[in-house]
Ligand binder design. Structure first.
Ligand SMILES: NC(=O)c1ccc[n+]([C@@H]2O[C@H](COP(=O)([O-])OP(=O)(O)OC[C@H]3O[C@@H](n4cnc5c(N)ncnc54)[C@H](OP(=O)(O)O)[C@@H]3O)[C@@H](O)[C@H]2O)c1
Length: 373
């Protein structure tokens, strides 16, 4: 049987390279590592071929902004994975997939990208293609965890997911495009969460709508801010008894949180396009200069509801020392479900709403995520 090929845009980047590793480890698929630097793509592919049998990795020079090159590159592949900081080219990628008859998966966090894909959702469905957006850690996992929690109650009432991500940014090589993309997303940070059955925009003045969550040692209790994720949108319709829910994110470090992020927002407000690069560089400088150990990534679910007529509570804590591994593992676990056909169907979906959450958690643990219930 012919094994599928997956073209990974950003395949030699931090997320893309780890994702390629997990896909080679967990499946028989071949991967094409694509990006604008052919030498980096080839050398990353050679490293993977050294680690995994079958010579299943190859490198390719490809710019996501080039529509013809994209179509030519993905023809013959089953899936295009956008693990690149190319959310601004979502339209180009979507059109290329539709024209070449290839499915689509991305790990990008971008409201504009979601809007772009939503505008094509009917065409995606009618063409029989499966598009999965907002894959990875966050976006990607919070709605899946809440859907899992719902299976553990007779009635679910509350389900909050929080995260701590402490990364040694100074040790990382991050593409300028990624830094610019991050600045763009922080500049219009959406802070909606579900309160008493209605979506509410968080207040950040005297009455701060933050959530305190205890992530255990070494991070302990953290003050987390609401962060809207597209995958949360369908939850109230899926679970009408769910009245309070959301995703809440912990801070980077005090200098970035209290000084540089407000400054970044101001810069991008004054100069929406030209300000992105200096704002992004300021953010990266702050992350590299002021991030301190302990490093690690945690995702916690706290849910409440009714079970057998009595109040019940569920807590899950997922952890990994490396934030990028914690991004690649859920994306790989979701793609495994796509590859075996169990979740593949025509249309546009978020990872959080389409995956089988129980199997996702099991596969993630096999790949190295630690789960404490
Ligand atoms: N869902 C989650 O949990 C999660 C977590 C972390 C990151 N992310 C997202 O993942 C994406 C990648 O982040 P990262 O930190 O892994 O970035 P990174 O290490 O900086 O890698 C970015 C990759 O994108 C490639 N790229 C950039 N522009 C391109 C273009 N025009 N055409 C083709 N390739 C291009 C870069 O290669 P060249 O510049 O050489 O072309 C590089 O390989 C971002 O969108 C980020 O927001 C999601």
């Amino acid at each position: 049987m012919k094994q599928p090929t997956i073209l990974i845009l950003g395949g030699y980047g931090n997320t893309g390279n780890l994702l390629a590793r997990f896909l080679l480890q967990e499946s028989r698929a071949s991967v094409i590592l694509a990006g604008r630097n052919k030498a980096k793509a080839d050398s990353a592919a050679a490293e993977l071929n050294h680690s995994f049998e079958g010579n299943r990795a190859s490198g390719l020079a490809l710019d996501a902004s080039d529509p013809q090159a994209l179509v030519a590159a993905i023809e013959g592949s089953a899936l295009l994975v956008a693990a690149s900081s190319t959310a601004q080219y979502a339209e180009t990628c979507a059109r290329a997939c539709l024209s070449a008859g290839v499915d689509y998966f991305d790990v990008q966090f971008s409201a504009k990208k979601v809007k772009t894909l939503r505008a094509r959702s009917v065409e995606i469905k009618n063409s029989g293609r499966c598009f999965i957006t907002e894959g990875g850690f966050h976006p990607g996992l919070p709605a899946a965890l809440i859907r899992y929690a719902a299976t553990q109650f007779d009635e679910i009432h509350t389900a909050n997911v929080g995260s701590v991500i402490q990364i040694d940014w100074a040790a990382l090589d991050i593409a300028e495009s990624t830094v610019i993309e991050m600045a763009g997303e922080f500049s219009d940070f959406d802070m909606h969460f579900l309160q008493h059955g209605r979506w509410k925009k968080a207040r950040m003045d005297i009455v701060m709508d933050t959530l305190k969550m205890d992530f255990g040692a070494p991070f302990f209790e953290q003050n987390c801010m609401p962060m809207w994720l597209e995958e949360l949108r369908p939850l109230p319709a899926m679970f009408p008894t769910l009245k309070d829910a959301g995703f809440f994110v912990g801070g980077f470090n005090p200098v970035v949180d209290n000084l540089l992020l407000p400054l970044l927002m101001l810069i991008v407000k004054i100069a929406p396009q030209k300000g992105l690069k200096p704002a992004g560089n300021l953010l990266l400088w702050g992350l590299k200069r002021f991030s301190r150990p302990p490093y690690g990534t945690r995702l916690k679910l706290e849910a409440e509801g009714l079970k057998n007529g009595e109040s019940a509570r569920l807590e899950l804590l997922l952890s990994h020392e490396d934030g990028y591994v914690f991004t690649a593992i859920p994306a790989a676990a979701a793609i495994l479900q796509y590859l075996d056909g169990s979740i593949r169907k025509p249309g546009l979906f978020t990872q959080g709403e389409i995956v089988d959450p129980k199997r996702l958690l099991e596969d993630m643990q096999r790949m190295g995520i630690v789960l404490q219930a």
